[in-house]
Design a protein around this ligand. Structure first.
Ligand SMILES: C[S@@+](CC[C@H](N)C(=O)[O-])C[C@H]1O[C@@H](n2cnc3c(N)ncnc32)[C@H](O)[C@@H]1O
Length: 373
């Protein structure tokens, strides 16, 4: 949000439906990280969520929970289940203290699934767990960019977002500008090898995350929690030294090869830059701590359960196809995906990734509490 005007955000949905290339069937990597953070989310709610501020009146026992950038499921369903269970448990525990009657009332939950308007919400709602209503969980979609306001003031008790905030509202303009020192001539991502490119991406990231926090600060009730999970880089590890950096550059090489073969244009290949930035941990810490509306309750690394594994070519190709589907089709048009990911698969077979040689990225867990003004 800039001067009260919503920041324009481009939209690159994950691959929809439930077919072999869908995010639904190719998001086990993100799911594994969410599993490993489950206990932390529960703990953050048990220890920190303020039950008095969210529900000051005895007849208001409805908790409002939003998952920002929920995609198509099923990961978002596990997240919501976990948050609902944690709030119920907290109520049970606190309700037994001091004979507080209102805390014994049956709880109900209003769950908001947010993503960009062209996210496949149909698949999400078709696969919504049937037992939701029996457990007092009512849900709806909230389409729109999380870089601007999506909810009324003081209306949410818990916000959650996972594997989303590296998606910028747009790729920085200068990285596609031939006349700029930040022209990202040799890559489709921020490799962290060219200072001007890194800086352009970092400035955009800072602006975007600032807008995200500003919007959430208005929407969360005082004492409410914002939980953020995602991926960043240890301070001394440039993106290009991680296996994810290596495979992303390989996809860029395949696009250049396709341009050379006339399948797409050189101009298109050269002007393509992913609107993605993985900050260094200190950068992330800096922007989070700069905000004045939330207290930082937890900010720490979580181990990814698959970080020591050698991932198969099939796994890597499917994971990246599901994630990059929207952004690649938007730039190169329909009909390039099969060719691109066949080429990518062959390249990976010719030059296998040496996972032991690559440096590790970092998964982070952040719990923020809305300060009571
Ligand atoms: C990698 S998926 C993560 C999905 C899910 N949270 C998970 O952990 O499996 C990233 C999601 O963020 C969404 N996203 C990216 N930028 C967004 C924005 N500005 N507003 C809302 N959603 C956004 C994408 O559309 C996509 O569904």
């Amino acid at each position: 949000m800039e001067n009260g005007i919503p920041t324009l955000s481009q939209s690159y949905p994950m691959s929809g439906g439930d077919g072999p290339h869908s995010y639904t069937r190719n998001s086990s990597y993100q799911k594994a990280a969410l599993e490993s953070a489950k206990a932390k989310i529960k703990e953050a709610i048990l220890e920190k969520l303020d039950l008095e501020n969210p529900n000051p009146k005895p007849d208001l026992n409805v908790y409002k929970i939003a998952d920002f950038g929920c995609s198509v499921g099923p990961n978002t369903f596990d997240v919501i289940q976990n948050v609902v269970e944690a709030i119920k448990l907290k109520h049970q525990r606190e309700g037994t203290k001091g004979g507080n009657n209102h805390k014994r009332l049956e709880l109900e939950f209003h769950v908001f699934f947010n993503d960009q308007p062209d996210n496949d919400f149909n698949t999400l709602f078709k696969t919504l767990p049937h037992h939701y209503h029996d457990h007092g969980v009512f849900s709806c979609a909230v389409p729109g960019s999380f870089y601007s306001r999506l909810f009324p003031r003081n209306s949410l008790h818990v916000g959650h977002t996972s594997y989303t905030l590296h998606w910028l509202s747009r790729a920085p303009e200068d990285v596609s500008n031939r006349n700029s020192p930040a022209w990202n001539k040799n890559s489709i991502q921020c490799t962290n090898l060219v200072e001007e490119v890194t800086d352009a991406y970092y400035q955009q990231f800072k602006k975007d995350i600032g807008a995200f926090l500003e919007a959430r600060a208005q929407e969360l009730v005082p004492g409410g929690l914002m939980i953020i999970l995602g991926q960043c880089l240890p301070d001394d590890v440039p993106m290009i030294r991680t296996w994810k950096g290596v495979v992303t550059d390989m996809i860029g090489d395949c696009l250049v090869d396709m341009a050379k073969s006339g399948i797409t244009s050189v101009e298109k290949a050269e002007s393509f830059n992913l609107p993605i930035y993985f900050p260094y941990f200190s950068e992330l810490k800096g922007v989070i701590e700069q905000n004045r509306c939330f207290s930082v309750e937890i900010m720490e690394e979580v181990k990814h359960p698959m970080e020591e594994m050698t991932l198969s070519i099939g796994f890597i190709v499917s994971k990246y196809r599901a994630i990059f589907h929207g952004v690649i089709e938007e730039h190169f048009g329909d009909g390039v995906m099969d060719e691109l990911f066949d080429r990518f698969s062959r390249k990976l077979a010719q030059c296998p990734i040496d996972f032991k040689e690559c440096q590790k990225d970092m998964q982070f867990f952040i719990s923020l509490q809305r300060i009571v003004d």
